[in-house]
Design a protein around this ligand. Sequence first.
Ligand code: NIG
Ligand code: FE
Length: 411
Amino acid sequence: MTLLITNIKELLQVRDHHITIVKGDDMKVLPILKNAYLLIEHDTIVEFGHMDNCKDIEANEVIDATGKIVLPAWCDSHTHLVYAGDRTQEFVDRINGLSYEDIANRGGGILNSAEQLQNTSEDELYKQASKRLTEVIKLGTGAIEIKSGYGLTVEAELKMLRVVKQLKHEFPIIVKSTLLAAHAIPKEFKDNKKGFIDLVVNEMIPAVAKEHLAEYIDVFCEKGYFDLEDTARVLEAGKAHRLIPKIHVNQFNAFGGVALGVDYNALSVDHLEELNPEDILALQKSETMPVALPSCSYFLSIPYTPGREIIDAGLPLALATDYNPGSTPSGNMNFVVSTACIKMKLTPEEAINAATINGAYAMGISKLYGSICRGKKANLIITKAIPSYYHLPYAFGDNFIDTVIINGQKF
Ligand code: NIG
Ligand code: FE
């Protein structure tokens, strides 16, 4: 089966050489081929070039992309897409003056979602999650990471990750799974945090590893949640079960979590709304991807990750949604890219690099995803006719997507 896309106005993120990450000043470069064609065989990109060289190419199906832009599908490396119900009441409570912290302190927040999830069957949870996943793929997401962390008991964490496993089987896109058992301290452990960490380390991690339900281990390293010592214990136990760290750090407070993540060879450190010079230094000596989640800053009205500072320090940066019921009830990567440009002062080129190739890196899949290269998987967005790729971030409220192609097939 071959698919040929012709008359592409601009083919973005097109590279003759395979790349797996872009850093610093290189992020300003987004290679583009104008008036291009792209040839796909089964699920793989096999050729691309100028339309002048397309004349003799035959294919089973042809898509005429006159006036349209083609780019790699978004790679969303940080979500909590499996959850039960919603937290709309807390949203209204925040409008009326309570803070995210106030809500958590009165037993809401993550614990509210945990209670709802514990009372929801695996089938119902799958139904809700698959609806969300279908929607985000239609919005251009071609690879996604999904975390547990609203279970907070052995049984409910396994239930969440089994739902993720089912999504992996039923959907054509790559789904990566992360055990985020240390997401909040359950009510029963209110005065016994050590007891909960013991449960995570001695029961949850081994149970999840036994069923091969996760590739990554995450911790909410934050004041009032899990400190450096707790985080180290969980990452150590994860490492013993071959789980790679991808952690929540510096959302509200910076106290050394980034350096700790780097010490444990974290694939990514995510949030970073609060960042100090030591964090930058730690990242400069690492292979760890910093990940910004601008929709979370937007929704909670908290500072934006200093993406400009991160890139100007020569570092890479990835963008992800953080899709979850409490801090970011949106899985829209188009909005993330726009918001990164508008609020974090990333250029469109930097934001698109961050949401494609660097997002793929933060999921360990950038050898096969995140750029238009021969041999890479054909996960693509074909836009509607738009004047230029600047319109992607510029027209921030529009849906510019015409077609999403996953593994060489229209979704
Ligand atoms: O990444 N910060 C921790 N976890 C999620 C939100 C959790 C929630 O409020 O449900 C986040 O923002
Ligand atoms: Fe998150």
